[in-house]
Design a protein around this ligand. Structure first.
Ligand SMILES: NC(=O)c1ccc[n+]([C@@H]2O[C@H](COP(=O)([O-])OP(=O)(O)OC[C@H]3O[C@@H](n4cnc5c(N)ncnc54)[C@H](OP(=O)(O)O)[C@@H]3O)[C@@H](O)[C@H]2O)c1
Length: 242
């Protein structure tokens, strides 16, 4: 018997990086994990990893910036499973640019992906989460707490995500739902490799937080007995880059 046998989880951004690692960890604990992202081939790679550890992971390719697609995803979950125990928002985008020059379209895309999509998906899945005293995880960033130069747009979406999670927690705790924000520092994923490229730095992934370590910290918080709630996790690489 595994701790999440019979549970249904949905992980966005499950085709790579942090989302993939969390999906594989949840599958290994017995959950059926619905994998969401745009790239079907990458979702299938994640599904193969989950299945190799004995779990089940149906892929559901979805562009989370399309409202109808988000509604359809929630409706499919309702019809197929009638429950949602764990919702993990890991999908995200990053763009750099000082305010003087950053294209407003970059802001729009990050807003739609990093903030609006988690709002809408949460809204549509809340009845399913309520039905089983579910848990919601927001993968946030150290930029959701402190904003440095060149990342105003990304940081604004992540500050917004903090507000969304805090407000949601205050609304749904009384219904038995737990809400966790995870504020990550630099983590070895395709997004961080891209950030290094933009910054003109050499990429040494072994010096950064590892996605599997994020996954084990998150699953440990999710398995905390229901007399307690882990609300916020701050994870930094041991070796700090300034
Ligand atoms: N890596 C870091 O250093 C770091 C630090 C702090 C916070 N974070 C946060 O951690 C989360 C995970 O990022 P990561 O580092 O694991 O990067 P990643 O490997 O690039 O993963 C991001 C995922 O988001 C998905 N995605 C993007 N736009 C989407 C859309 N419109 N609809 C559906 N899925 C979409 C991408 O899949 P598709 O392209 O297939 O859609 C991708 O799998 C993000 O929220 C990020 O902001 C990362």
């Amino acid at each position: 018997m595994k701790p999440l046998d019979g549970a249904v989880a949905l992980v966005t951004g499950a085709g790579s990086g942090v989302g993939r690692a969390i999906a594989v960890a949840l599958g290994g604990l017995g959950a059926t994990v619905v994998l969401v992202g745009r790239d079907a081939a990458r979702l299938h790679e994640t599904a193969d990893e989950v299945e190799a550890s004995g779990g089940q992971a149906p892929s559901r390719p979805t562009d989370l910036t399309h409202d109808e697609a988000v509604r359809g995803l929630a409706e499919d979950l309702r019809r197929k499973y009638r429950q949602l125990d764990i919702l993990v928002h890991s999908a995200g985008l990053f763009a750099r640019g000082e305010i003087a020059v950053a294209p407003i379209t970059d802001f729009d895309t990050q807003y739609r992906t990093n903030l609006r999509a988690p709002f809408l998906l949460t809204q549509h899945t809340l009845p399913l989460l309520e039905a089983c005293r579910g848990q919601i995880v927001f993968i946030n960033s150290s930029a959701g707490i402190t904003a440095g130069p060149g990342i105003s747009q990304y940081a604004a979406t992540k500050h917004g995500l903090k507000a969304l999670a805090d407000s949601l927690r205050a609304e749904v705790n009384s219904k038995g739902i737990r809400v966790l924000s995870v504020y990550l520092g630099r983590t070895a994923t395709p997004m961080q490799e891209y950030v290094h490229r933009l910054e003109g730095r050499e990429y040494h992934p072994q010096q950064l937080i590892q996605p599997n370590d994020v996954a084990s910290t998150v699953t440990s918080a999710l398995l905390t007995p229901y007399t307690a709630e882990v609300t916020d996790l701050y994870i930094r690489p041991m070796r700090k880059i300034t």
